[in-house]
Design a protein around this ligand. Sequence first.
Ligand code: ZN
Ligand code: ZN
Length: 376
Amino acid sequence: MATDYYGVLGLAQGATDQDIKRAYRRLARDLHPDVNPDPEAKDRFQEVSRAYEALTDPEKRRIVDLGGDPFDSGAGAGAGFGGAGFGGLGDIMDAFFGGAAARGPRSRTRAGRDALIPVELELDETVFGVTKEITVDTAVLCETCAGAGTAPGTHVATCGTCSGRGEVQSVQRGFLGQVVSSRPCPTCSGTGQVIPEPCPKCAGDGRVRARRSISVKVPAGVEDGMRIRLTGQGEVGPGGGPAGDLYVEVHERPHDVFTRDGVDLHCRVTLPMTSAALGTTLNLKTLDGEEELDIRPGTQSGSVLTLRAHGAPRLRATGRGNLLVHVEVQTPTRLDGEQEKLLRELAALRGEDRPDANREAQGGLFSRVRDVFNGR
Ligand SMILES: [Zn+2]
Ligand SMILES: [Zn+2]
């Protein structure tokens, strides 16, 4: 069951960005752990923050509006709050309360960014699911200094410019007397700390870029453009801060035979005129293997046969879509003498040797009317 993210914020689907922002702001003021010590309020705050994140990120909201859950993917299922977009509660406080939550020197350690990597998949892989090895190139924790940024055997030191306060004050004289203003310390970027001897491997950043291979479990039924979240597999932050998430974006390669429309697959078969008239059995290679397809006598060009449950699985429900087989009847060309004679005899037998233009026209009209009623 997908979470009702609109409901969590007390809104209905179709709410404007303004509504969402307002509803979130109102709830966050009551529920934020800094103002409400109740543990239940904390859980509720995380729920509300998640809903806010889901509805303010256009890609996530699209998934919500389609009845899905942007945080629920095979690999990232059950992942907690703290995903894309927010570095944590502090960031949310900064966004809504003008940074009032941040006091004193800021941490040298900051949360890392999310990373996005595309993965090319074949149709049978998106339909049935697959485990893929992918190579990612992200910032990882520096092993030499374990993220501290200091050379082995050395330590961070208190910044001499700001004495560790992280900000410097300046005094200006004006009409109204002295104005004292403070700004982040330029020497330590507001952290209150300096690294006298940076780690030779990461130059003090606490992280290095590295290429690594990870295995991604792609759930059955994913579609082109969907993203699988791998919690904590993104970029490690400055100062060895906690890693962001890694999003693996599914790119489905076009298939030679099948085209996909959501959970349904479509393909086309061509039939000789005689088989369409007399009926036959075709062997059709589906993604599930070879299937016998019964062509009833008198099958028309353009008719569609349905192989139930031979499409893609529904990602957040049970069952599978269908395989729709579009039949195209081929009119024979390059008839030899005997074939032409036979066809002429057949035409004469059926009274079709001199088609009545008016009747044909009427037939055409009727079939158009029928098409309209069938919504074609
Ligand atoms: Zn290092
Ligand atoms: Zn400083």
